[in-house]
Design a protein around this ligand. Structure first.
Ligand code: KIV
Length: 289
């Protein structure tokens, strides 16, 4: 008697061996980030606020994108991140998810969407996952956001925590390096441990002295993502409009500018205008007959 042999179960699609430069095509998950920390592998993260830009970064192999509330200053024309709403965050996060197929997309919880407490935080996080399709959310604060982090994580949504300079508190703390001095450094370490104990899968460290960021990185088993926090973090994030030279004005010291899109786009706009005014655009090849 012959037995029908059931085909071997398809192996789960192999994870890419590395986050950047890997060959895998499935979406990166938070587990991949945990494994990267175990391997001692560094990884890059960029912000993204629209589908087309996100698709460029996805094709370039950027493994993690943050739909940051920096969209307030960098995309929506606000002065700070404070006015960003859940509606704006949901709309733009959904666009970034649609524009990508491999990157893990993290949606920021905007100011006012989680500060009231854990239940409000869970409601906001759930909306970003269900309506926008993000794979994780980010919120500011360690000890002060403990209950929120715990409940969101327990409900099955991965949380990235954001420490150091937390721009949603700009009205209270301004924009300056955090964690200087013994007491502030100890508080940052306590916040990082609290975030990890509450179940956060990673911690952003913004504007923190490099030595302190290195100490936090060594003391956590989850990855640290630095922005103005030196070279010892497990990952680095930059706001895409800053590092591509699209943002106008003076850049903070921690930004490295990899392109000058502001000049490129301005030059292209002027060239177009001059062609139109001078009658050299359109030409015959641009016309229909
Ligand atoms: O909103 C944002 O872009 C951020 C990054 C700077 C980490 O929070």
């Amino acid at each position: 008697m012959t037995h029908a042999v059931s085909p071997a179960r398809e192996p789960a699609q192999a994870a890419s061996p590395t986050l950047y430069g890997g060959t895998g095509t499935r979406r990166i998950t938070v587990r991949d980030l945990t494994l990267a920390k175990e391997r001692g592998e560094k990884w890059p993260m960029l912000t993204a606020y629209d589908a087309m830009t996100a698709s460029v970064f996805d094709e370039a192999g950027i493994p993690v994108m943050l739909v940051g509330d920096s969209m307030g200053n960098c995309h929506l024309g606000y002065e700070t991140t404070v006015p960003v709403t859940m509606d704006e965050m949901t709309l733009l996060s959904a666009a970034v998810v649609r524009g990508t197929s491999r990157a893990l997309i993290i949606g920021d919880l905007p100011f006012g969407s989680y500060q009231e407490g854990a239940v409000q935080a869970l409601r906001s996080a759930t909306r970003l996952v269900k309506e926008a399709g993000v794979g994780a959310v980010k919120l500011e604060g360690g000890e002060r956001s403990l209950a929120q982090t715990e409940l969101i994580v327990q409900s099955g949504i991965p949380v990235m925590s954001h420490l150091g300079l937390t721009p949603q508190s700009v009205n209270a703390m301004g924009y300056r390096v955090q964690g200087r001095g013994d007491e502030a450094a100890h508080q940052l370490l306590r916040d990082a441990k609290a975030a990890q104990d509450a179940g956060a899968f990673a911690v952003v460290l913004e504007l923190v002295p490099a030595e302190l960021a290195a100490e936090v990185t060594r003391s956590l088993h989850i990855p640290t993502v630095g922005i103005g926090a030196g070279s010892e973090c497990d990952a680095q994030v930059l706001v895409w409009t800053d590092m591509m030279g699209l943002t106008g004005g003076k850049m903070p010291k921690f930004v490295k500018q990899y392109a000058n899109l502001r000049r490129t786009m301005g030059d292209a706009a002027k060239a177009f205008a001059e062609d139109v005014v001078g009658g050299t655009f359109p030409q015959a090849e641009h016309a229909f007959h």
